[in-house]
Design a protein around this ligand. Structure first.
Ligand SMILES: O=C(O)C/C(=C\C=C(/O)C(=O)O)C(=O)O
Length: 128
C-alpha cells in the first residue's frame, strides 16, 4: 500500500480537523493519477509528548511521511510531493498566520525485496 502518515502535536486538536485533512490528502494522491484507489491509506497520529523549537506552548507541528512502491520517475515523485504539499499548505493556511507552526513532508520508496503485501480491496475496486 502507499502509506501516508501524519504526526501532529496534540495542541492542534482544536485547530485542525484531522479526518478532513486525511480525506484531502487521499483525494490529492488519487488526483495525481499515479496510485490505485484500493491501495491508498492515510492516517494521523497524535503526539501527546513533544518539544517544538523554543518550546512556546503554542508551537505546533505536522510532519507527513509518504511511503510508496518503487518504479515511479523522479518527476512523478516530485509532482506528487508538490501536489500534496500545496494542497495541505492551503488547507492549513490559518496556522501560518502566527509564527508557531511547522509543516514537513517526505516521500520514501519501499524496498520491493523487503516488503510484503496482500490486498482484498483491489479486486473489489479494479475495473470500476
Ligand atoms: O508497492 C507498494 O508497496 C505500494 C504501492 C501499492 C501497493 C498496493 O497496491 C497494495 O499494497 O495493494 C504503490 O502504488 O506505491
Amino acid at each position: 500500500m502507499p502509506h501516508f502518515s501524519i504526526e501532529y502535536s496534540a495542541n492542534l486538536d482544536s485547530r485542525v480537523d484531522m479526518n478532513a485533512l486525511c480525506a484531502l490528502i487521499s483525494d490529492t494522491i488519487l488526483e495525481t493519477g499515479l496510485f490505485e484507489v484500493g491501495a491508498v491509506r492515510v492516517r494521523a497520529f497524535r503526539a501527546e509528548a513533544y518539544s517544538v523549537a523554543d518550546r512556546l506552548p503554542e508551537n505546533g507541528f505536522i510532519d507527513m511521511s509518504f511511503r510508496i512502491g518503487a518504479g515511479r520517475s523522479a518527476e512523478e515523485k516530485q509532482r506528487t510531493g508538490e501536489a500534496i504539499f500545496s494542497a495541505v499548505g492551503a488547507y492549513l493556511a490559518p496556522l501560518f498566520t502566527t509564527p508557531h507552526f511547522a509543516l514537513s513532508l517526505e516521500i520514501r520508496e519501499i524496498d520491493p525485496d523487503l516488503s510484503w503485501k496482500k490486498n482484498a480491496i483491489h479486486p473489489r475496486l479494479r475495473g470500476k
